[in-house]
Design a protein around this ligand. Structure first.
Ligand code: NAD
Ligand code: AKB
Length: 330
């Protein structure tokens, strides 16, 4: 059985990946590493520690004591938060990854690194963005993702570290709120629909983006880390996708469940520019061919499940909206 460390464990992905890994490999095998926020209930139901991923000696001690052999490194600063504080984003995204790669080299751990649609920018085809396309992102977040993909390739080629990664699209979930991204609107819209039957969208009409429901995202990470390494050619940056929509299309799908739901716009120029530089939909053929990737949720299935899950929770105020657990004041 692997012994697994998950950084960024209280975030949008980590809070769902940790329980999934514990279900698969056992509670004690998975150490959840948070930063400052107290862990939500499911993350807390097992080993939990806090540390700054830039603190190499703390990370080394944690990996040694836990005897970790596999690390899912999720801690990062996302696109909109990175635009607000590029210095912090570069520091956490690059030095945090460097710390994890060094500890993997020293202790023989494998590493999962999530990249993003943000690794693409102008010059890459927006529709069916190829696996191997021009990567000239215009955001600090995207630059850190491209550099991260390359650094992971380097550690694999130079030191034989088993690094693997995915380029995630925007992720939609009903657990922990998103942590300061551009695709966050596709989560906020559900809370607003159920609470107020109205949503003011910060991206303009017609902004089409690549998206995925969290159960697919969690399964993809686990499947990639379990895949036969001999079959992997694109180790560190597999395009994966599940659906592509713009604000009107997701609103229309929500309206099937919430009659009378309306949409208006209050554009955030910073996030609009970021969204305009990202793919509409990536081509994920390489992931299908090399490790059998297939999404299970399309827009209709995701919307149905989101509404069902959030309705069970008797949705209160949207829990996101500037959530900050990155060492800076909220
Ligand atoms: P999130 O913002 O919800 O969680 C990130 C976590 O990192 C937070 O809980 C925060 O506490 C932690 N963190 C920040 N600075 C830290 C530090 N110095 N030391 C330790 N921990 C620190 O992010 P997420 O949505 O769960 O994303 C996880 C990873 O997946 C990131 O690398 C992100 O770029 C990538 N990704 C996410 C999405 C998405 O839509 N959620 C899409 C593409 C890629
Ligand atoms: C963001 O919007 O920053 C993230 C991402 C697509 O990487 N959700």
């Amino acid at each position: 059985m692997p012994r697994i460390l998950v950084t960024g464990a209280t975030g949008q992905i980590g809070s769902e990946l940790v329980p999934a890994l514990r279900k698969r490999y056992g509670r004690e095998a998975v150490l959840a590493l948070g930063y400052k926020t107290p862990p939500p209930e499911p993350v807390d139901a097992g080993p939990f520690k806090t540390a700054d991923v830039r603190d190499a000696s703390a990370i080394e001690r944690i990996v040694r004591n836990h005897r970790s052999d596999k690390i899912y490194h999720l801690a990062a600063i996302l696109s909109a938060a990175a635009a607000a504080d590029p210095k912090l984003a570069w520091d956490v995204n690059m030095n945090g990854l460097y710390t994890m790669l060094e500890v993997c080299r020293e202790y023989g751990c494998s590493l999962f690194f999530p990249s993003s649609i943000a690794a693409f920018g102008p010059g890459a085809p927006r529709v069916n963005t190829p696996q191997d396309a021009v990567q000239r992102p215009t955001t600090l977040y995207g630059v850190s993702k491209v550099a991260g993909e390359l650094l992971c390739d380097y550690y694999h080629g130079k030191f034989g570290v088993d690094t693997r990664g995915l380029r995630y699209p925007g992720l939609i979930s009903h657990g922990a709120p998103p942590g300061g991204g551009t695709t966050d609107y596709a989560v906020e819209i559900f809370y607003a629909a159920l609470r107020e039957k109205h949503y003011r969208c910060f991206l303009k009409a017609g902004t089409r983006l690549d998206m995925m429901y969290m159960p697919d995202a969690v399964r993809a990470a686990i499947e990639l880390m379990e895949a036969n390494p001999a079959a992997l050619k694109h180790r560190n940056a597999f395009n994966i996708t599940a659906m592509s929509f713009d604000p009107e299309e997701i609103a229309g799908e929500i309206r099937r469940h919430v009659p009378g739901f309306t949409l208006s716009y209050a554009i955030d120029p910073v996030r609009q520019v970021i969204a305009d530089s990202w793919p509409d939909k990536m081509d994920d053929t390489a992931a299908l061919q090399e490790w059998g990737w297939r999404p299970e949720y399309d827009l209709a299935a995701m919307t149905r499940d989101m509404i069902e899950q959030l309705s069970k929770k008797a949705v209160g105020a949207y829990p996101g909206g500037g959530r900050a657990d990155n060492g800076e004041p909220a």
